[in-house]
Design a protein around this ligand. Structure first.
Ligand code: ZN
Length: 434
């Protein structure tokens, strides 16, 4: 582990703006260390009274990312407008390098690894991992070792820099590096408290619905034809759907996330169950190779996939935790091995009915849907044993028309209305059964 610290400067940006900016940009760098925390606290103590209420210290902003392929190593440089600290660790299966920083704003015009691998690095993701902790995750092409990782202060036209040199190495060496850099604490699973205000009052007769905005933070999900991130679309749609459902006066809505932050899949399920959710709706917007394909579709859980595409999509969605740099080996394997026991089978029947209602709602509202709009596959996020769960693909971000439609609240309105009416029908039926 490596750590460096510079000073931090103040500004007037609010956390919300940070989140919005992070959503729009491309890549970057920083660290965490007791000394750094103490220093930031000192800075806060000195400057906060001058700044006044409502103003906060700005996060360092990542402005540039460069990658160079050299004969002996691959160099990644991240440039920032303020000081930062960092720490890193490597993960096997698949080979990844994770660099953690304090919270950063990503304002990159370009991610050099967005479309192509360079040297030892296959791809790079970046974003908020949990409050106060931004992260970059590098997918490595085979085993590579960190030969240098350091920071540089500003000089001439260059800002604060994070520099990382990677060189190819043997599998044995890579495994040893993963062991040596392993954080002392188990991999930091984000701790997200269910906000007290959203814990439902069951005595008022309202039904409880969990809405799950797919992906988030360091996991962008699919990237659209025009560069739209799935995580932004799912969050906008989740907030819109929550508003419409609350307006009816019939529902309590619990959001698994309401900002651009990463959440492990099983945490999403746990949040819904802890809040007493009676229905779990996970929102997504997929991307595929054929850019002509468009339309919404709905998935319910099944041990065997209804078709090859459904199986491939489930495999992709289930990788979210790997994408964000979690070491799954350190977690109990409940997410991966929950069996379809009796209670889940019953829950599953209700999920299947809900999925069919959604499809009918889409049809009625003139929402463009795929052929066979209800499909089945083994999605980890749908595996709450006792909460009927459905995954809704709002459309295909790989299709320009779907992407343009999903970007606007007005474009999303017919799908949202269809979901609300399907939810109404679902609970009307449940009441009769009870
Ligand atoms: Zn997704």
């Amino acid at each position: 582990m490596n750590a460096m610290l510079f000073r931090t400067k103040a500004s007037r940006q609010l956390p919300r703006q940070h989140a919005a900016k992070a959503r729009n940009s491309a890549l970057l760098a920083g660290a965490r260390v007791v000394l750094g925390v103490a220093f930031l606290a000192l800075v806060a103590t000195v400057f906060m009274p001058i700044l006044g209420i409502g103003e906060a210290l700005a996060n360092p902003k990542v402005t540039t990312a460069r990658v160079g392929d050299h004969p002996t190593h691959t160099r990644l440089v991240l440039e920032m407008d303020g000081p930062f600290t960092f720490s890193y660790f490597t993960l096997v299966d698949p080979e990844r390098l994770v660099v953690d920083f304090p919270e950063l704003d990503f304002d990159l015009a370009r991610n050099p690894l967005a479309r192509e691998a360079i040297g030892a690095i296959g791809a790079m993701r970046y974003g908020l991992f949990k409050p106060g902790n931004s992260r970059i995750v590098l997918d490595l092409i085979g085993p590579s070792k960190v030969v240098k990782a350091f920071t540089m202060p500003p000089v001439d036209s260059y800002g604060y820099r994070f520099v990382l040199d990677l060189a190819r190495t043997s599998q044995e060496d890579f495994i040893e590096q993963a062991r040596l850099t392993k954080p002392k604490q188990p991999t930091p699973a984000p701790v997200i408290e269910t906000p007290a205000a959203t814990v439902p009052q069951r005595s008022d007769g309202k039904r409880v619905i969990a809405i799950d905005a797919g992906h988030g933070g360091v996991d962008p999900g699919a990237v659209g034809a025009g560069g739209t991130y799935e995580k932004s679309i799912t969050l906008a749609a989740a907030l819109q759907l929550a508003d419409r459902l609350r307006e009816t006066g019939r529902y309590h809505v619990v959001l698994t996330r309401d900002s651009d932050i990463f959440l492990p899949l099983r945490k999403r399920v746990a949040l819904a169950r802890n809040a007493g959710a009676e229905l779990f709706l996970s929102l997504h917007a997929d991307s595929i190779g054929n850019t002509k394909v468009r339309g919404s579709h709905v998935y319910s859980l099944s041990k065997t996939a209804s078709d090859a595409e459904a199986a491939a999509l489930a495999a992709k969605e289930n990788k979210a935790d790997v994408i964000a740099g979690l070491n799954l080996a350190e977690y109990s394997s409940d997410v991966h091995t929950i069996l379809l026991d009796l209670s889940q089978r019953e829950t599953n029947n209700t999920s299947i009915e809900m999925a069919d209602r959604l499809v009918a709602g889409f049809r009625k509202n003139g929402v463009q849907s795929l052929n066979r709009p209800h499909r089945q596959a083994g999605f980890a996020v749908l595996k709450a044993p006792d909460v009927p769960s459905v995954l809704i693909e709002l459309g295909f971000l790989s299709n320009k028309e779907d992407e343009a439609m999903l970007l606007k609240a007005k474009g999303r309105a017919p799908i949202i209305a269809a979901i609300v009416s399907a939810v109404d029908k679902h609970f009307a039926t449940q009441t009769v059964q009870n």
